[in-house]
Write a protein that binds this ligand. Structure first.
Ligand SMILES: [Zn+2]
Length: 319
């Protein structure tokens, strides 16, 4: 993995800021308890006194006194803990035991910081996600006709089944999930349903990258031809838990994109990383536009579903 230096700097800063904020909050709550609770103040004073006496006893070799004071300290500490618990104050625990939250382990950046860096890169690639508007609960099947089309297929039934498939995809999401290839004309809900999936899985903590084919591929292309050795975009496309490529077929298709696209599809299948692809092209057009090596990977590895019906945006305008 080779991200831009700034990504690691930002990630380390985020890690240390989070630790600092946690400590600061804890201190602030302790101070306010000190101000407001006489009991707590007195306990702290007694603990200090007992602590000093304990030191004196230890140095003087008075073992009987030492044991006695140890018991006193234990009791006082238990009382202090009880007061803290009543006030709901919990000492910040160490989040990462590898680096004790310092961000460094064995002279290198700790994995916890690398994890943050990875998330930063994924978020950067997916920055234009219009997530709020597209959920499962506002996907309206009533906008699809319940009359058979000329091929005898009923749009509401067909799209209803795809909606169920997408919900199941979220429910059972794992590395073993089958990838999805969603085809059909513009305005039939492909993007809506894939964004609903993105939104649900991101909320569950998965690393999801979503973008149009044009944006995702050109980010990787730019990076490649900058010859800087950085691989942020490519790494994200290959390694995120779920990759959603929207609008496949509208991108500028170069020989670089062709090999990149094959590499993404193939590597993700081999590494068990599910992918969702949306396209207005039907399978024949996909075969024409892309190398058969790519389309043959779809068969057997992707669930393919075709959306049918009338453009939802036009119907909504008429309502
Ligand atoms: Zn760590």
């Amino acid at each position: 993995m080779g991200y831009k230096k700034e990504i690691y700097t930002d990630a380390l800063k985020m890690k240390l800021d989070a630790v600092k904020t946690q400590k600061r909050d804890y201190e602030a709550r302790l101070n306010s308890l000190r101000e407001n609770s006489k009991e707590f103040r007195e306990l702290e004073i007694s603990l200090n006194k007992a602590g000093s006496a304990l030191t004196v006893a230890a140095f003087s070799g008075d073992n009987a006194r030492l044991e006695e004071l140890k018991v006193v300290c234990e009791q006082l500490n238990a009382q202090k803990d009880a007061v803290l618990a009543r006030a709901g104050i919990v000492k910040p625990s160490v989040c990462c035991s590898k680096c004790d939250d310092s961000g460094f382990a064995n002279g290198k950046l700790c994995d916890c910081v690398n994890e943050i860096a990875k998330k930063l890169v994924f978020n950067k690639l997916s920055k234009s996600m219009p997530l709020d508007d597209c959920r499962f609960d506002n996907f309206d099947l009533n906008l699809y006709s319940d009359k058979p089309n000329k091929n005898g297929a009923v749009p509401r039934k067909r799209v209803g089944a795809i909606l169920e498939l997408c919900k199941q995809f979220v429910e059972n999401f794992s590395a073993d999930s089958r990838s999805l290839l969603l085809t059909g004309n513009t305005g039939l809900g492909k993007t809506h349903l894939s964004l609903a999936i993105v939104s649900e899985l991101s909320a569950r903590g998965y690393d999801v990258v979503y973008g149009s084919a044009q944006n995702l591929f050109s980010a990787a292309e730019k990076e490649h031809f900058s010859f800087s050795g950085e691989t942020d975009a490519q790494d994200a496309l290959l390694n995120c838990d779920l990759l959603v490529i929207d609008d496949l077929g509208t991108e500028f298709y170069s020989s670089f994109v062709a090999s990149l696209f094959y590499n993404i599809i193939n590597s993700r299948i081999l590494n068990k990383k599910p992918t969702i692809i949306n396209t207005n092209l039907n399978f024949d057009s996909l075969e024409e536009r892309y190398n058969p090596r790519i389309t043959s990977r779809f068969i057997g590895n992707y669930e393919m579903r075709e959306f049918i019906g009338e453009d939802i945006r036009l119907i909504k305008n008429r309502l």
